[in-house]
Design a protein. Structure first.
Length: 665
């Protein structure tokens, strides 16, 4: 179905739809948000729940990792890397290399390939998650080709705050967490601990046993994630704040074996028997905002982030030996350090002007067991300006401009035959300009219209430039940045304090897209700036307070992606249509019931045309307050036990349940 037909069908429903991703009371509950960790263009942005998920919403629907929480938003699609057992999302068709992930405005994506496994990031200590789509602040830094994702931590507002939970997931999974905070006026402290353990996930009873998977409990699908977070802050006055933070994540996971039937997929004949005993991340950061006077301020972020990762490839499904040619142990030992300084002035009437400088150094160190360590180092610098110009009480113009440059400092090659490490030929520095402008008009108190245009870029990752991809590719150190020109028109309205609605039409034109070009040499591919593509679509969201104790939330996304360069090569992982609806009912004050349904149309799983079929999921949740400081939550996901996949050969979990005891003050 063509885009214009979808739009024509949807717009008659504008009077029935809204922007809020949760019940109306949730959208204003922001007292626990660490506002110093936000990256906002205007002060109204943090009220835009079309692009924000709060902790209350995540808790109400038991979204315990970031990918599942983000999937609740329109324009966001849950995706996965099945062969690596990684959970990801796509934002309006852009993947996580093109939409970087931040924690309180600090980059946390993996230096080597730009990705991050969002299943390793649990939501237990988060206050909110913000998503910028296309038009994202240049103050985030480089590589925000399709937007940005910012995980925002908590900040206490009372002398003593605490909450936590203990829970069971199916019969073989457990979770527990506690958050404690104290605000003593000028000083505050916030800490959290969480633990999540699952022996396996349960497959749908409709799954047909395959060569390497007999059904029931999914083989090698275990996971364990532990997280400690701590933050201490000082607010000497109402307009200045200084905070030190620390995060320690430790994870391990299995990697379920391919269980599909695609004869073109090499995993059918040569399955991978992989496990990840180490997925550890440790972050230190300092954030400050200093008011120099009534019209000038200085904001800084300084960070140091370590990432260690171990992958074991075994001979077979006993996961006990590494003797065959494809067996190995791969070790990553990476770190990133950097910071940014942001100067803000309102000295010019009607203007809120910001100037920022970013610096980031990525260090990637890798080797297989028994081999020497190879080093890769990239330096990235950004200089950017952004202004919020209030032309009138109703009309605001927001321009932004940045210059980005990335220089490779070191890149080492390894010859497994001669056992010699050598340097790759030096590559020229790569640079790019980003520019954007947004126009926003307040039609009246309840209606707002906006239009944005942004040109964004993404530098090629270390993996894009230097990976041999297990002997199937040729490195290309001279890759240029890829570019996207993003357009958007959006509309927000509110009716009778009961119904709110937000919609956006979007279009992106990609040039110099980094794609794998086959047979550059016989049997070998190479990453090149070869691609042109168009993405276009519409998203809408509505929340309707039917009664005081009954609310409805619906969101809709439609997207078309066209590969102009090679139409026969399909874009993968993103369905054309996604619809999600939630009904929330409180029959009595201490009981809340939620029903959630989600539909995803079919999607391509491989570039040569393999598809996974559409699916519809129904989930039910209940929460009851049993004592003054305790509640009991329970839920059933995938009620109809649907056998579905995000990636062909890697089925998702069948029917599953949870029971959680929460405590709070």
């Amino acid at each position: 179905m063509k885009l214009k037909c979808i739009a024509f069908m949807l717009f008659p429903l504008i009077g029935f739809c809204q922007q809020n991703n949760s019940i109306p009371t949730d959208s204003v509950k922001t007292s626990n948000i660490f506002m110093l960790g936000e990256v906002i263009v205007t002060q109204h942005q943090n009220k835009d729940t079309l692009n924000r998920v709060t902790s209350k919403t995540m808790e109400a629907q038991n979204k315990i990792d970031v990918s599942r929480a983000l999937n609740m938003l329109p324009g966001v699609t849950l995706t996965a890397s099945g062969p690596r057992n990684e959970s990801m999302v796509s934002i309006r068709g852009f993947d996580l290399r093109q939409v970087p992930v931040y924690m309180d405005g600090i980059p946390v994506y993996v230096p080597y390939d730009g990705y991050v496994d969002l299943a390793r990031f649990t939501t237990f200590d988060l206050a909110a998650i913000d998503v910028s789509k296309g038009f994202s602040s240049v103050l985030y830094g480089p590589n925000s080709l399709g937007g940005a994702i910012n995980l925002i931590s908590r900040k206490p507002s009372k002398k003593l705050e605490y909450d936590g939970s203990l829970g069971m997931i199916n019969s073989n999974g457990y979770r527990g967490n506690v958050n404690v905070g104290s605000n003593l006026g000028q000083f505050y402290v916030q800490g959290g601990f969480s633990y999540l353990d699952r022996n396996s996930t349960r497959m749908s009873s409709n799954f047909v046993p395959m060569k390497n998977e007999d059904g029931g409990e999914r083989d090698n699908s275990y996971r364990t994630d532990q997280k400690i977070s701590f933050k201490i802050g000082w607010t000497p006055n109402k307009k200045s704040e200084y905070a030190l933070g620390y995060i320690n994540q430790k994870g391990e996971k299995g990697n379920p074996v391919y269980a599909g039937s695609d004869t073109k997929n090499s995993l059918l004949v040569n399955p991978r028997f992989w496990q990840w005993p180490v997925w550890n991340k440790e972050s230190y950061y300092f954030i400050s905002n200093s008011n120099l006077d009534t019209k000038n301020s200085l904001k800084t972020r300084i960070y140091y982030d370590k990432f260690k990762n171990t992958l074991n490839s075994y001979d077979d499904n006993t996961y006990s030996k590494m003797t065959k040619g494809y067996a190995f142990q791969s070790l990553y030992d990476d770190y990133t350090f950097g910071g940014n300084v942001e100067y803000n002035t309102q000295i010019i009437p009607k203007n809120d002007f910001k100037f920022a400088v970013h610096f980031k150094e990525d260090v990637h160190r890798e080797h297989n067991l028994g081999e020497p360590v190879r080093h890769f180092i990239d330096n990235t610098v950004l200089i950017g300006i952004e202004d919020v110009y209030k032309v009138s009480n109703k009309f605001t113009v927001i321009p932004g401009l940045s210059y980005n440059i990335r220089k490779n400092i070191e890149a080492q090659d390894y010859n497994s035959t001669t056992k010699v490490i050598s340097d790759y030929p030096s590559a020229d520095a790569s640079d790019a300009y980003n520019a954007q402008i947004g126009l926003f008009y307040q039609l009246n108190q309840d209606q707002k219209l906006g239009a944005t245009v942004s040109q964004k870029t993404r530098f090629a990752t270390i993996k894009d430039r230097y990976s041999y991809r297990m002997g199937t590719a040729i490195p290309n150190p001279d890759l240029k940045p890829e570019t996207a020109l993003n357009y958007e028109v959006n509309y927000t309205s509110k009716f009778f304090d009961k119904l709110t609605f937000q919609t956006a039409l979007f279009y992106s034109k990609l040039t110099d897209a980094i794609l794998s070009v086959s047979n550059v040499q016989p049997g070998k591919a190479q990453m090149q700036n070869f691609g042109k593509a168009d993405y276009k679509g519409i998203e809408a969201q509505a929340a309707y307070s039917i009664l005081k104790n009954l609310s409805l939330n619906v969101n809709y996304t439609y997207i078309e992606r066209k590969n102009i360069t090679s139409p026969s090569i399909h874009f993968t992982d993103v369905p054309n249509t996604k619809v999600m609806g939630t009904v929330e009912y409180e029959p009595i004050k201490i009981l809340r019931l939620i029903a959630n349904a989600e539909f995803n149309s079919s999607r391509f799983s491989t570039s040569y045309g393999t598809r996974v079929p559409d699916y519809t999921l129904l989930n039910l949740y209940a929460s009851g307050k049993i004592l003054k400081n305790f509640s009991l939550d329970a839920g059933l996901n995938n009620i109809f036990d649907r056998n579905y996949s995000l990636v062909e050969g890697f089925p998702e979990e069948g029917r599953n349940f949870f029971v959680t005891l929460r405590f709070f003050n």
